[in-house]
Design a protein. Structure first.
Lengths: 185, 185
DNA sequence: CGCACCATGTAATGCGTTACATGATTTT
DNA sequence: AAAATCATGTAACGCATTACATGGTGCG
């Protein structure tokens, strides 16, 4: 799946593995993320499959860069993936919710500390989508005017992140009240 | 991480791998899931670590059952995990959102078909949390009255699932309108 | 002086899925 | 007659993380 994310970015313009990591961190990280090590190995695989091609660029005063560009075959693979309908829901893994599920016998203060910390984290994340991600999208759209159409959908995915964090904060607040008002066992 | 989910369930009462799969499917599946094959191998690992102990029960007219029970060491491991504060956000992977991010050059009808199908799937899932999961929790609480305290938190996690699906449907509807009203490229 | 940034990769390990393998009973 | 339920497991593979390994530049 990371393959397609990388192809998607390279379909905008050529980039290095390092660039791709930064692009993801500034845009898709809340719904798709990867480590640098995985990006580098996946690029190698994609090159083996003929979906991308790389050229080594020497730089003075900086390490060499290996710049990847998408090929016709890569564009085709990307299109095919995009057009293929998703007939299932993405499976989720939410550690906090799992923990809460089993926390009835845990002392109340520990549970509340847990929930309040997460509320703060999600609140901060919500502000980040509203401010940081918003700014990054606008900047990228300004630097690459040919991607204006794309930016509309980037904004839609940003909105998903924002709404998700709003929901999380709301739910945590509900749940904190619930735990506070539970009679002692 | 699956380890702790299994310990959590076995902390209620002893179960087989098959039972554990069903328990998960009826309760945690929207925030934590696993395949039977993984459950069986993880139980074996847990037994090797002394966190659970199993006994083979012969049955007439049915295959033998290997029933797992949590040990003191297992209870300790579970408690420690539960009490340990989560200082990070759970990373998400949302295939649909990733696809949408890169879909600007895809023809509009394909995108809309994709989004509408997902809206229906999430809507159905929302109803399932409201009806199916709700019922399952109530039934389990009725069958095991000693788990009444636990059921309060189960309900809180069910509520998370419901709110999440509501959000998803809302976002998809927003996004469908957005795509419908986009001027052609 | 230390940290962050730029820049690339490999190796070992862990987690999770898919496929393989079996087989009786109960429900539709 | 076919499908679902009960019931257990192994093997191969793929995806992802962590740790290892290197090294120069620029900023506070």
């Amino acid at each position: 799946m990371l393959k397609f994310a990388l192809l998607g970015f390279l379909n905008y313009y050529p980039m290095t593995g390092y660039d791709l990591k930064q692009a993801m961190d500034r845009s898709t990280t809340h719904f798709w993320h990867a480590r640098l090590s995985q990006i580098y190995t996946t690029l190698k695989t994609l090159e083996g499959e003929g979906c991308v091609a790389s050229t080594l660029e020497a730089q003075q005063e900086r390490p060499d860069r290996r710049v990847y560009a998408i090929t016709d075959r890569g564009r085709e693979a990307l299109q095919q993936w995009l057009a293929q309908t998703e007939t299932e829901l993405s499976p989720k893994k939410e550690t906090l919710v799992l923990k809460l599920f089993f926390s009835a016998r845990l002392d109340r203060q520990t549970v509340l500390t847990q929930l309040r910390l997460q509320r703060d984290l999600h609140h901060r994340q919500m502000l980040y989508y509203r401010e940081g991600v918003s700014r990054d999208i606008e900047q990228e759209a300004k630097e690459h005017p040919e991607l204006a159409q794309d930016a509309v959908l980037w904004e839609a995915t940003r909105r998903f992140g924002e709404m998700y964090e709003e929901l999380y904060v709301r739910w945590l607040e509900e749940t904190i009240h619930l735990v506070e008002e539970q009679p002692a066992s």
